[in-house]
Design a protein around this ligand. Structure first.
Ligand code: ADP
Length: 188
């Protein structure tokens, strides 16, 4: 199974992706995690990406494409995967289609995790306190939500056009949402 997870910052999609990885044995590909690793290791990509991440802006598409192509070239990908954080705009969605077609691993399903706005702000502020991520300050959170609404929300339409989009209610406990995800995947 090859799944794209969509949802705003704070929707819990990273948590859900990790649970699906453990449950279904899929590779969890989180571009946010890959980028934070690159930043920590001070790779060329990390050095270039940091200022965009700290501002809550999207890292340029050409850098992201290099990163995702490299990750999708790894052997675990042939057992199926969950993409978490990519694609984040329509250009990335189209680039991804081409890469996946080339490697013969097209997306089966896109799952959009929905949460109301008040909950998002609460969760992100809580994460800021707990994890101390440098992009979890109030101004940057606001920008990330704006970037999401303008650039990432339209990506759902890309998958809806092909009948591949499913919505999952992201409110409630982690376990409740996980069960909804499993049901959605089973019925896909
Ligand atoms: P969140 O979903 O909470 O916003 P992520 O960990 O997915 O956090 O991403 C953190 C930051 O990494 C984003 O704000 C952005 O700067 C960068 N990033 C992650 N994925 C992408 C992507 N596909 N395209 C461009 N930038 C990205």
């Amino acid at each position: 199974m090859r799944i794209v997870l969509l949802g705003p910052p704070g929707s819990g999609k990273g948590t859900q992706a990790a649970l699906l990885r453990d449950r279904l044995g899929l590779a969890h590909i989180s571009t946010g995690l890959l980028l934070r690793e690159a930043v920590d290791q001070r790779t060329e990509l990390g050095l270039k990406a940091k200022r965009y991440m700290d501002a809550g802006d999207l890292v340029p598409d050409d850098l992201m494409l290099g990163l995702i192509e490299e990750r999708l070239g790894q052997p675990d990908v042939s057992n199926g995967f969950i993409l978490d954080g990519y694609p984040r705009n329509l250009a990335q969605a189209e680039a991804l289609d081409q890469v996946l077609e080339r490697i013969g691993q097209p997306v089966d399903l896109a799952i959009s995790v929905t949460v109301n706005e008040g909950e998002i702000v609460d969760r992100l502020s809580k994460r800021a306190t707990e994890e101390g991520r440098s992009d979890d300050t109030e101004d940057v959170i606001r920008n990330r939500l704006r970037v999401y609404a303008e650039q990432t929300a339209p990506v759902a339409g890309h998958y809806a056009e092909r009948g591949q989009l499913r919505e999952v209610d992201g409110m409630g406990s982690v376990e409740e949402v996980h069960q909804r995800m499993l049901e959605t995947i089973a019925n896909a």
